[in-house]
Design a protein around this ligand. Structure first.
Ligand SMILES: C[S@@+](CC[C@H](N)C(=O)[O-])C[C@H]1O[C@@H](n2cnc3c(N)ncnc32)[C@H](O)[C@@H]1O
Length: 245
């Protein structure tokens, strides 16, 4: 073992003096993408049978199928309109937010929506630019709702401090991750980790994007040793839900 450690040390010294691996630098993004694409596929093949609700792989994606997953969760996990704390990260025009608001009529439920409402804070992949998805803050006449405007990185920590009681209560939390970006997703998951309890549900809206939500999910479960039980998947694993174990 020791000679091997010495050899790695020697190779590292050589590379510091003559960094020939710079030759591969232009391909870093591609290699990372391929690596995470494979991790994603391996993860799906290893876990697909564990999902209790799973729609078959289809060539025509229908974004509205995400409501089938929401409905499954609502009918099977939130029976009799049970009280929930719903936290959505990435509200934009409020389409998914309003679905949950209309579905759960419990007077004691709370619905928190986080967004800059000024669009994405950075470019997302090849097709979406910083500032895309800008929307007016939704006007909702429901006193169970609170929108938290601003970057999650600025608003979530003060929100947690103010609402610790709510987050620590036994009421089931639905954490809906729809911010698309790796940075936003990893930030939120790591901040919410201390408040996640068995039975809480985490929903991803773009799970099968290798270098964004999937990468954040993968690093989160590995860094925190948290067990998330697969619950449901639709749209070729684009929308995926887990229950905290
Ligand atoms: C795909 S949209 C949300 C769509 C919405 N859930 C729906 O179903 O209609 C993504 C949103 O995430 C927001 N977002 C992404 N990262 C953010 C961050 N770090 N802080 C605040 N908002 C962020 C963007 O402003 C954008 O409105």
């Amino acid at each position: 073992m020791k000679p091997l450690i010495k050899l790695t040390g020697f190779v590292k010294s050589c590379l510091l003096l003559l960094p020939i691996t710079f030759l591969f630098y232009p391909f870093t993004k591609l290699m990372l993408f391929l690596s995470y694409l494979n991790k994603l596929l391996v993860w799906i093949y290893g876990n697909k049978k564990k999902f209790e609700y799973r729609e078959p792989v289809a060539f025509n994606r229908n974004y509205n199928n995400r409501y089938n997953l929401y409905k499954y969760i609502s009918d099977n996990y939130l029976k009799d309109n049970s009280e929930i704390v719903y936290l959505e990260f990435g509200v934009a025009g409020g389409t998914s937010f309003k679905w949950w608001l209309n579905e759960n009529k419990n007077d004691s439920s709370r619905f928190y929506g986080f967004d800059t409402f000024e669009g994405l804070p950075e470019n997302w992949g090849m097709f979406f630019r910083k500032g895309d998805m800008q929307h007016q803050e939704s006007q909702v006449q429901d006193n169970r709702v609170k929108f938290v405007k601003g970057l999650f990185q600025d608003t979530l920590v003060p929100f947690i401090q103010e609402n610790r009681g709510d987050l620590k209560s036994a009421v089931r939390k639905i954490v809906h991750m729809d911010a698309d970006l790796y940075s936003s997703t990893i930030f939120v998951l790591t901040q919410l980790y201390p408040y996640l309890q068995p039975g809480d549900i985490i929903l991803f809206d773009e799970f099968n994007v290798p270098l964004h939500e999937f990468k954040a999910f993968n690093e989160f479960i590995k860094a925190f040793y948290i067990e998330l039980k697969p619950l449901g998947a639709v749209n070729n694993y684009l929308q995926v839900a887990f229950v905290v174990k």
